[in-house]
Design a protein around this ligand. Structure first.
Ligand code: FAD
Length: 281
């Protein structure tokens, strides 16, 4: 199908992109969510503002923590030695997005702005306490990942605001992992679980856990975290956490005829155990 007619402008800088956005329209990054939506006439922006060649939005810098430009592709993140060292769960999540073609074009900024509940990176960003850096006509602001994702395809972005980068703490002293149950056709997450475990010898001093795919947005799982913290991650603790995570996501569950809510809820417990096993290597 063909999209409705639209105007096209290519922005050379963040300032140019924001100036163009004052006239309405949508930012175009990798186009892997926006263009299909336009072809299906689910979205019909009058103007596309191409942000794909803005140098300020590109690249990864490691300076204490990580700062990843919004225009950085999934493939660049997955293959970055800095991301692998400082947040291996994000490298893993980006490496599991779709297929190689999607990872070559899709960007981190586009992925989180779109806020598809089945996306992979948001689950890691919520687990690891990432910050989303935003610029708009009124200036710059930063929003914690947990507050950024509001509902299905809904974020804290206001009209005309641009995500410029995502900041992450250095998790190199933690055991981190992201595992998912991929949809057999699209590879989107039916259930995805991210864990970040801070160990003190054999004891888990702190556990950060988030679930996506099964829920309207990536959800931080406080009960599961509490069930893991202070334990040696023995079988009893893992079973308790697997039960707790089901309660954590109960209010936010989504499902469909193939993978109903109750199934996804059950799988979240299974995949939490797998994520912990993967994190422990
Ligand atoms: C076949 C297929 C399989 C996929 N599988 C997966 C998967 O398994 N896991 C997964 O996580 N994702 C998956 N995706 C989605 C993919 O990750 C895309 O990267 C992502 O959804 C959109 O990124 P994009 O750069 O293409 O954004 P675009 O499509 O260009 O834009 C998407 C939306 O974000 C807005 N936007 C873009 N950049 C910014 C910005 N910097 N600031 C503010 N708004 C912005 C746009 O205006 C638009 O509304 C898949 C996509 C396809 C086509």
């Amino acid at each position: 199908m063909w999209p409705n007619k639209f105007d096209y402008v290519r922005a050379g800088s963040v300032d140019e992109a924001l100036a163009s956005a004052a006239g309405g329209g949508k930012f175009l990054a990798g186009g892997h969510s926006l263009l299909p939506a336009m072809k299906l006439r689910l979205d019909s922006p009058e103007q596309l503002i191409d942000i794909g060649r803005i140098p300020e939005l590109q690249g990864i810098s490691a300076n204490g923590g990580l700062t990843i430009g919004a225009g950085t592709t999934h493939d660049a993140i997955a293959s970055s030695a800095d991301v692998q060292a400082m947040c291996s769960a994000l490298a893993s999540a980006c490496g599991q997005v779709g297929d190689q073609g999607v990872r070559n074009f899709g960007t981190l900024g586009g992925n989180i702005a779109h806020a598809d509940p089945a996306s992979d990176p948001p689950t890691v960003l919520v687990a690891c306490g990432a910050t989303i850096n935003i610029q708009g006509a009124d200036g710059k602001r930063s929003v914690g990942a947990e507050d950024f994702f509001i509902d299905l395809f809904e974020t804290a972005l206001d009209d005309g605001e641009l995500i410029t980068s995502v900041s992450l703490p250095n998790c190199s002293d933690c055991q981190c992992a992201y595992v998912k149950f991929p949809h057999p056709a699209s590879r989107y997450a039916i259930v995805g679980v991210a864990v970040c475990l801070k160990m003190d010898g054999d004891t888990c001093a702190q556990a950060d856990v988030a679930v996506g795919g099964a829920t309207v947005k990536a959800v931080k799982c406080a009960d599961a975290e509490a069930a893991l913290a202070g334990t040696t991650l023995d079988e009893a603790a893992l079973n308790a956490a697997a039960e707790a995570v089901k309660a954590d996501i109960a209010e936010d569950l989504i499902g469909d005829i193939a993978y109903p809510e109750s199934y996804r809820q059950q799988m979240a417990g299974v995949f939490l155990k797998r994520a912990i096993a993967a994190a422990q290597g």
